[in-house]
Write a protein that binds this ligand. Structure first.
Ligand code: NDP
Length: 594
C-alpha cells in the first residue's frame, strides 16, 4: 500500500485544527449538585455500618487491580491486616463500575489479568469479558483474605500524617477516622466519570445515564450479554465514540428501535480476533513463571525491543512488529534515531491506511464509511479493536450522526441537537469518558497532609514529583500505585500496578522486620528522579500534533506538568528492570528508614 506522507500529514493537522478548543478539560462537567445522580451505584445497595476508629498496618485506597495486587503481595509478605477502602460495593475498580454490554479487556487476558499464576485461573478467552474479570477480582480478594478488613461504599475524604505517632489518620465519608502505619493509593487515572458540557444537559426529560453506571433496569438484559429487550421500542442516543462506545454500540444497535451514535472524532478500529482459550495450549504455556515471562515479552514488544519473539501477537504489538521489520531492513550505517523514528512514522501511516481501508470493506454506505475514518496517528487516541462495531452501522436502525469535530450542540427536553437538527430520543447514554487531566486532588476526592503540614496538592502544584512514581518526599509511609513517572506503559496498565505492588510490599516488609516506624524518599533522591525523567524525549502520547483527547491534555499545552507526565526516559522495559534490581538489592537506595 503506497501512501502520500505529505498529504496525510496535512490532512491530520487539518483534522486536529478543527477540534482544537481553548477550554481543554474545562469543556467537561464535574458530576456534582444535580449531576451527582450520575454517580449513583446501580449495582449494590449501600448498607449502614458503624464508623471505624481502629488501627491497621496498611490502608489501601481503591479496590481495583492496584489494591488487589498490592494487597496480595502484602499478605504474602506477612502483613495480616490490610484494609482496602473502596468507593464501590465490591472489589473490581473499573470492572466493578463498567458493566456496560460488551465490556471486555482490550489487552490480551494472559497479560492483562493480574495474578493468574497465583490463582490458577485460565482466562476463558484471549480478550475476557467484564463479568469474568470482575469474578477474577473477587477471586483474588477471597484467596488473599482481603475481604476481612475491607470497607466498601466508602470514600476517603482526608489523609493526615500524625507525626507524633508515625501513622496516618484516614477519614472517610462514612464517618470513619481510623489510623494506619502505612497508606497506599491506587485510585486509577480514570475513575471519575465526566459529562460533556453541552448546553441544556440538565433539561432533558427522558432517561439518561453514563456508561460506567449502566442502567439495566431501564434497558433490560444484563452484563453477560442477555438482549436488552426493554429497548425494543426505544430511540436511543449515545454520545461519544471512544473505546467504551466501540464495545457497547453493537449491543445497542441490535436492541434499539433507532440508535443515534453522535460522533465528534472517530476511533481507529482494528481487528479484534478474539477466541476461546484452548485448555491444551494453555496447559502447555502455563509452566512456572509463565505470566511474568508473558508480561515481559508483551512489554518488550510494545516498546520497541528489536530481537524478541511476539507471544501475544495482536493489534498492540502489530505496529512494533512492522517497525522492527523496517529497522531490520535499514543498512547498518542508517540505524540512527532519526531513521528509526521515520520507520515508526511510516509504519503508522501504513497501519492507519489499512484501518481506514477496513472501514470501506465493512461499511456498506460510502458516506457513513467516509465519516468513520480516523485521521491521526494510531497512538494519538486510544486504539480500539472490534469485529462488530463497524458492522453495526449496516443495520437499518443505526444512524451515525457525525458532527465533523464540533460535537453535540445542545440537549433539549426531548432530544439531541447536532448540525442544526434535533434528533428526538427517549434515552441519552453518555459514553463521554473519565476525568484525566484534572488535578490529582479533584480526581482522588481527598488531599494528603504530610510532614510539617505540607499538602500534596501544594507539593505537586507545578506538577507531579515522585521517586519511582511511588514515593513522595515529605509524605512518609505513603505509596502511590500508578503508571506515571514509572514505566508509564499504557498498553497494559496492570503491569505497572503489579510491579508497584511488589515494590511496596518489599519496602513495608523491610520496615516492619527492622522495627522502623517511618520510611520516606529523600529530597535528593526525588529531585534526581525528576531530573532523570525530564532528561528524556518526552512522551510519544502527548504530541501536540495529535487530535485533542486525554492523551494530550485535550490539545492544551500543559507546560511543566505535562513534561512531568512521563515514564522512565529509556522506556518501560528499562524501568521494570531497574525497579526489580532496586528491590532485589535490598539497599532501598533513595529511601530513608527511621
Ligand atoms: P473517551 O474519553 O475515550 O471517549 C469520550 C468520547 O466522548 C469521545 O469520543 C469524545 O470525542 C466524545 N465527546 C466528548 N464531548 C463530546 C461532545 N460534546 N459531543 C460529542 N462527543 C463528545 O471515553 P471512553 O469511556 O470511551 O474510554 C475512556 C478510556 O477507558 C479509554 O481510553 C481506555 O483507556 C479505557 N477503556 C478501556 C477499555 C478496555 O480496556 N477494554 C474499554 C473502554 C474504555 P473526542 O474524541 O472528539 O474527544
Amino acid at each position: 500500500m503506497t501512501v502520500d506522507k505529505h498529504a496525510l500529514r496535512r490532512k491530520y493537522l487539518q483534522e486536529r485544527d478543527k477540534r482544537l478548543r481553548p477550554d481543554g478539560n474545562d469543556q467537561y462537567l464535574r458530576l456534582s449538585g444535580r449531576l451527582a445522580r450520575y454517580l449513583d451505584d446501580p449495582h449494590t445497595p449501600v448498607t449502614a455500618r458503624p464508623p471505624r476508629t481502629d488501627h491497621v498496618t496498611v490502608a489501601f485506597i481503591g479496590g481495583g487491580f492496584a489494591g488487589l495486587a498490592t494487597g496480595a503481595r502484602l499478605k504474602e509478605a506477612g502483613v495480616t491486616d490490610v484494609r482496602i477502602v473502596e468507593k464501590g460495593g465490591d472489589f473490581g475498580g473499573t470492572w466493578y463500575w463498567n458493566r456496560y454490554p460488551g465490556a471486555q479487556c482490550d489487552t490480551a487476558s494472559y497479560v492483562y489479568l493480574p495474578l493468574l499464576e497465583e490463582t490458577g485461573h485460565m482466562p476463558s478467552e484471549k480478550y475476557a469479558h467484564g463479568p469474568e474479570i470482575l469474578e477474577h477480582c473477587r477471586r483474588i480478594g477471597k484467596q488473599y483474605g482481603l475481604y476481612d478488613h475491607a470497607l466498601f461504599h466508602t470514600e476517603v475524604v482526608d489523609l493526615e500524617w500524625d507525626a507524633a505517632r508515625s501513622r496516618w489518620i484516614v477519614r472517610t465519608n462514612r464517618g470513619d477516622a481510623f489510623t494506619a502505619c502505612f497508606v497506599a493509593m491506587g485510585t486509577g487515572p480514570l475513575h471519575v466519570p465526566k459529562l460533556p458540557g453541552i448546553p441544556g444537559i440538565e433539561d432533558f426529560r427522558g432517561h439518561s445515564f453514563h456508561t460506567s453506571r449502566w442502567d439495566y433496569d431501564y434497558t433490560g438484559g444484563d452484563d453477560t450479554g442477555a438482549p436488552m429487550d426493554r429497548l425494543a421500542g426505544k430511540r436511543v442516543a449515545i454520545i461519544g465514540t471512544g473505546a467504551t462506545a466501540v464495545q457497547c454500540v453493537p449491543h445497542l444497535a441490535r436492541a434499539c428501535r433507532e440508535l443515534y451514535v453522535f460522533q465528534r472524532t472517530p476511533s481507529s478500529v482494528d481487528v479484534r480476533d478474539n477466541r476461546p482459550t484452548d485448555p491444551a495450549w494453555f496447559a502447555e504455556i502455563a509452566t512456572p513463571g509463565w505470566q511474568q515471562r508473558w508480561l515481559e515479552n508483551f512489554t518488550a514488544n510494545q516498546t520497541g525491543s528489536l530481537d524478541v519473539e511476539d507471544l501475544v501477537m495482536d493489534g498492540w504489538t502489530d505496529i512494533a512488529r512492522r517497525v522492527r521489520t523496517r529497522i531490520a531492513a535499514l543498512p547498518a550505517e542508517d540505524k540512527t534515531l532519526e531513521r528509526m523514528l521515520e520507520a515508526f512514522e511510516d509504519s503508522d501511516y501504513e497501519k492507519m491506511a489499512e484501518i481506514r481501508a477496513r472501514v470501506d470493506a465493512i461499511v456498506h454506505d460510502p458516506e457513513t464509511a467516509g465519516r468513520l475514518k480516523a485521521w491521526y496517528r494510531q497512538l494519538c487516541k486510544r486504539p480500539c479493536f472490534h469485529d462488530e462495531y463497524l458492522q453495526a452501522f449496516n443495520l437499518p436502525g443505526t444512524h451515525l450522526v457525525d458532527t465533523d469535530g464540533r460535537g453535540v450542540e445542545r440537549i433539549t427536553a426531548t432530544g439531541v441537537v447536532a448540525g442544526g437538527r434535533e434528533y428526538p430520543v427517549d434515552c441519552v447514554i453518555y459514553a463521554s469518558g473519565f476525568e484525566v487531566g484534572t488535578d490529582h486532588t479533584r480526581r482522588a476526592g481527598y488531599d494528603l497532609t504530610g510532614r510539617d503540614g505540607v499538602r500534596l496538592s501544594d507539593h505537586w502544584a507545578a506538577g507531579m514529583r515522585t521517586l519511582h512514581g511511588i514515593h513522595v518526599h515529605g509524605f512518609p509511609n505513603a505509596f502511590h500505585v500508578q503508571p506515571t513517572q514509572g514505566a508509564n506503559l499504557i498498553s497494559n496498565i496492570p503491569h505497572n500496578l503489579t510491579e508497584a505492588g511488589r515494590t511496596i510490599a518489599v519496602t513495608i516488609k523491610h520496615a516492619l522486620e527492622h522495627g522502623h516506624t517511618e520510611v520516606e524518599a529523600t529530597q535528593q533522591a526525588e529531585d534526581a528522579w525528576v531530573e532523570l525523567l525530564l532528561s528524556g524525549a518526552g512522551s510519544l502520547l502527548g504530541s501536540p500534533d495529535c487530535t485533542p483527547g486525554y492523551y494530550n491534555n485535550e490539545g492544551v499545552d500543559p507546560g511543566l506538568r505535562g513534561r512531568l507526565n512521563v515514564g522512565h526516559p529509556q522506556g518501560a522495559v528499562a524501568y521494570f528492570a531497574y525497579i526489580a534490581q532496586w528491590r532485589d538489592s535490598g539497599a532501598f537506595e533513595g529511601l530513608e528508614f527511621r
